[in-house]
Write a protein that binds this ligand. Structure first.
Ligand code: NAP
Length: 533
């Protein structure tokens, strides 16, 4: 049996698990995949990155669910690499480890005022409206009338849309109830989305951009000079992009339309600006504005500032200039490109040669680019590398470095219940979250939606509610606050007797008990020859 750990249960991790099951079956290699996640909930960015009003993209979770329910795959939630287990631990109990932890950190602007109250990473705002357990549901109070969103990628479009959209349209989504209430109380009237280059250089995709123009009661405004392809681009690079790139052409149709549009409806206003880069965020104890410098591309093709400044009134700034991966303890990391150095998914050591048993997939492998589906082909490549490394080879597959992974013996009786990682964690008093425990969270979300009369599910607000749903204390008595949506549970069970370890910064959760949980998971169906995933 080939035992593989996939670290990260987002799209990259679950497409990797799927590719492992399918490709291994085709090669007649028996495989078991443990998908680890630091959170008690699976699906990563599909759950905590895709905006609540993008229901069709969120439905990818239904596909990924089938992967998790495959008899050869198991969810091992609430386990943090670097805290609960180390890289060496994983390598000692698995034949191969695939790192797929994505890109969790925001990139910085590096300008004065960036850390003023009121200046936030868009990733924090996204986490907030997606109900990420790391973010307090009351973290954002939308007192600002004018918000500056820096960046013109799809994340900037998402946050601008959520700020501008009538919150009534979010009532039937899974947005946490305190977030919906904060959006209902929002004082935001103006949202400015600011690109440092021209409209042809913007990263957003046409479908997402067009959606801004379809928001009821929202006026989209573009300045005519900034939409003019030649005005600040003396090298003509924007015009060339329009010629060569269909996405850019689509974007320009929408942008030119807004630039020439007339009368406004008097609702919220969303202004898309170009050729302006932020040089300072103003304010003393709170953001009050942003100084922007006009930029241009010179005839020789060089990009830079013109020295012409303007000050934008804004009481809130969302920095949406891309994500970055964070290094995993002990795993090679290229600090310049913020990815794990790799060759077709094989992790490379400091000498530049592949490390036995270590692989990488997704944004951690290639950087934060592409749509969710891009991770499928990316994962398939990593898995091809992994299976090609089996010794003595799989026959029909070229084996470029045979012998780095032990070829699994057929009929190995190892079962999920006896997974070596579960035993190792139990010795440390760590009880991983099972798939069934995750399903309890799903059920609680559906019940909350019913109670509130809101759609199919509503995300539970905050860590305590999530952990209580997942592992209700035995004496749990649900109490509904008068007039409020929050479900309050009694305090979590007493702390584990295991020695205290440093508290993880991002994903704290109630202390675990050291008892290994009875496995309430129903018996899995017998392994199918080719699971339909
Ligand atoms: P992104 O697409 O890389 O966009 C980053 C934006 O920030 C660009 O406009 C970039 O401008 C700008 N920027 C970078 N550094 C800057 C600086 N110092 N000052 C001012 N502006 C700066 O990143 P993203 O929006 O975070 O998206 C990440 C990935 O997720 C993308 O692949 C995206 O398509 C995907 N995503 C998709 C969806 C969807 O399909 N609905 C939703 C969300 C995210 P330059 O081009 O000039 O560098």
């Amino acid at each position: 049996m080939l035992h593989v750990a996939v670290v990260g249960s987002g799209p990259a991790g679950l497409y990797t698990a799927e590719a492992l099951v399918k490709q291994a079956f085709a090669l007649d290699v028996p495989v078991r995949v443990d998908v680890l996640d630091r959170l008690p909930t699976p699906y990563g960015l599909v759950r905590y990155g895709v905006a609540p009003d993008h229901k069709s993209i969120k439905s990818i979770a239904q596909y990924l669910r089938k992967v998790l329910e495959s008899p050869d795959v198991r969810f091992v939630g609430g386990v943090h690499l670097g805290d609960d287990v180390t890289r060496d631990d994983l390598l000692s109990v698995y034949d191969a480890v695939v790192y797929a932890t994505g890109a969790m950190r925001d990139r910085r602007l590096g300008i004065p005022g960036e850390d003023l109250p009121g200046s936030f990473a868009a990733t924090d705002f996204v986490n907030w409206y997606c109900g990420h357990p790391d973010v307090d549901p009351s973290a954002f109070v939308l007192e600002a009338e004018s918000v500056a969103v820096i960046g013109v990628g799809n994340v900037a479009v998402d946050v601008a849309r959520i700020l501008a959209r009538d919150p009534a349209e979010l009532a039937a989504t899974d947005v946490p109830h305190p977030v919906l209430e904060a959006l209902q109380a929002s004082k935001v009237r103006e949202v400015h989305m600011i690109g440092r280059r021209g409209p042809a250089h913007a990263k957003f995709t046409t479908k997402e951009l067009r959606e801004l123009g379809e928001l009821p009661g929202v006026d989209v405004v573009v300045h005519a000079d900034e939409a003019d392809l030649g005005r600040y681009d003396l090298a003509g690079s924007g015009a060339e992009l329009v010629e060569s790139d269909r996405r850019v052409r689509g974007n320009m149709v929408a942008i030119s339309g807004w630039a020439s549009a007339g009368a406004a409806s008097g609702g919220r206003r969303l202004t898309v600006r170009f050729w302006l880069r932020p040089v300072e965020i103003l304010g003393t104890d709170q953001v009050s504005g942003v100084v922007l410098e006009r930029t241009r591309i010179s005839a020789d093709g060089s990009f830079g500032g013109t020295g012409e400044m303007e000050t934008l009134d804004a009481q809130m700034v969302l920095r949406s200039v891309g994500y970055q991966s964070v290094p995993l303890p002990g795993v090679p990391f290229d600090a310049r490109s913020c990815v794990v150095p790799n060759l077709a998914g094989r992790v490379l050591g400091s000498e530049g040669s592949p490390l036995p048993g270590e692989y990488v997939a997704g944004w951690l492998k290639r950087g934060p680019t592409g749509v969710i589906g891009t991770n499928k082909s990316d994962a398939a490549e990593t898995v091809r590398s992994l299976l090609a490394d089996l010794a003595p080879g799989t026959g029909s597959v070229a084996v470029p470095r045979a012998g780095l992974l032990k070829y699994p013996a057929a009929g190995d009786p190892a079962s999920f219940a006896d997974s070596p990682i579960v035993a190792m964690l139990a010795e440390r008093g760590v009880r991983p979250v099972s798939y069934d425990e995750w399903l309890r969270i799903e059920t609680a979300e559906a019940e909350l939606a019913k109670t509130l009369g809101r759609g199919e599910r509503v995300k539970l607000p905050g860590q305590a509610a999530i952990w209580s749903a997942c592992r209700p204390p035995e004496d749990s008595r649900l109490q509904l606050l008068p007039g409020a949506a929050s479900v309050v549970h009694p305090p979590p069970p007493p702390a584990s007797p295991r020695p205290a370890r440093p508290r993880r910064p991002a994903c704290g959760h109630p202390p675990r008990t050291d008892a290994r949980p009875p496995n309430p998971r129903p018996r899995r169906p017998p392994r199918t020859p080719y699971p339909d995933i």
